[in-house]
Design a protein. Structure first.
Length: 182
């Protein structure tokens, strides 16, 4: 607020300039949320891409060792290209993983309820959980001073791997209960 005075320095009123910052704040919040989601995606994608790349690279190297020089020159060049491309891609994935870790490590730990992080991870994996007919249960978890984003990613990795690598054909407890009740 500013005082308004005339030429004789007599107070004639006040002026106040107000602006509505709602749209700017909403945009800023949206951008922050989008960046956080992108960082999480980069972390999860880079984590999940490591194993297939390792497998491709290892098998390509086995083929080179076993058949290198026994095939024609074009086949040897193709195998060398596959090994080289897998190594480059692995390096890129490692860089992406390092970047994702670096951006989340800037945050300071805050005391939070791990139950909230677990629920956030379950929400992110909802479709995979439903498609696999998995049932996720847990006991109450403590409050700990930890980085929220890292805990959500940890729970996502653990639950995602449990859903992905479960024994095929083994129904969840809820599926067995539904079948028995029918």
């Amino acid at each position: 607020m500013n005082a308004l005075r005339n030429a004789e320095d007599i107070l004639i009123g006040y002026a106040k300039i107000m602006t509505d910052e709602t749209a700017r704040k909403q945009l800023q919040d949206s951008l922050t949320e989008s960046n956080s989601a992108l960082e999480q995606f980069a972390y999860v994608a880079s984590h999940d891409l490591q194993e297939p790349l390792r497998t491709m690279g290892a098998h390509a190297q086995l083929v080179v060792r076993k058949y290198g020089g026994k095939l024609d020159a074009e086949a040897d060049r193709s195998l060398a290209f596959i090994v080289s491309a897998a190594a480059r891609m692995s390096s890129l994935v490692q860089d992406l993983l390092s970047y994702a870790r670096l951006t989340t490590e800037e945050e300071r730990p805050s005391s939070i309820a791990l139950d909230e992080d677990l629920e956030a991870a379950i929400t992110h994996l909802d479709q995979a959980i439903q498609e696999s007919d998995a049932r996720i249960t847990h006991d109450p978890l403590p409050r700990l001073p930890v980085d929220r984003g890292q805990m959500v990613r940890l729970f996502q990795n653990l639950i995602g791997n449990a859903v992905k690598y479960r024994k095929p054909g083994q129904p969840s407890e809820s599926s067995r209960q539904r079948r028995t009740k029918k």
